[in-house]
Design a protein around this ligand. Structure first.
Ligand SMILES: [Zn+2]
Length: 202
């Protein structure tokens, strides 16, 4: 992709492109931090991937942030929103996932990185708790309420991928896959927290 946008002044010649070892996208030299010990003089991962790693670390290690985790995302709202815009739309593999709580299972699907999707779940729950947003997943939120403390966060760190599909899967086909799983688990008598879907079916 030679027509990547090049906003900043590159460290090397702007004609030099590198493929990021993580996202596999080919980007101009300015998209990488300098690393003198590497033959290219640049980091193997692009700046975006490095920043994402930082966000992922924060998400995976909430104990390091002593409850200030949320304030990090508030302070870096613009940065965070930009990532969400990019990665919710990006051509990542489509997945159907499952959040397990003691009250039941929540089945969802996304084209985003799983940890980004789990962060929006977390954000939605906190907004609902503060009374600043209506819950779109009320049964999941009630199940988290019942758990108390910070245990609900653990269910987000333990999200499981049920099935992964190609990146070019159409949204309505992915949604159908999600519903197939809900139906399947319902048939097995498992308690589900997908209230909207079960209501619509009746
Ligand atoms: Zn990258």
């Amino acid at each position: 992709m030679a027509n990547q946008k090049r906003g900043r002044k590159p460290h090397l010649q702007p004609s030099e492109y590198h493929t990021c070892i993580q996202c596999k996208e080919t980007k101009s030299a300015s998209a990488y931090h300098i690393c003198k010990s590497r033959p290219t003089g640049l980091q193997g991962k692009c700046k975006t991937c490095q920043q994402l790693d930082g966000l992922k670390f924060r998400h995976d290690n909430p104990e390091y942030y002593n409850g200030n985790d949320e304030s990090y995302f508030v302070k870096n709202k613009e940065l965070w929103n930009a990532y969400q815009r990019k990665f919710l739309k990006a051509d990542k593999n489509s997945i159907v996932y499952c959040i397990e709580t003691p009250s039941g299972l929540y089945i969802g699907s996304t084209k985003a990185y799983l940890y980004i999707r789990s962060n929006t779940h977390r954000k939605d729950y906190r907004k609902w708790k503060r009374g600043i947003a209506v819950s779109t997943t009320p049964d999941l939120h009630k199940a988290w309420d019942k758990m108390g403390g910070d245990d609900w966060l653990k269910t987000l760190l333990d999200i499981k991928i049920i099935e992964e599909f190609d990146a070019d899967m159409l949204p309505h086909v992915l949604k159908q896959k999600e519903r197939d799983y809900i139906r399947k688990y319902e048939a097995q008598g498992l308690p589900l927290l997908n209230i909207n879907w079960t209501k619509k079916r009746k």
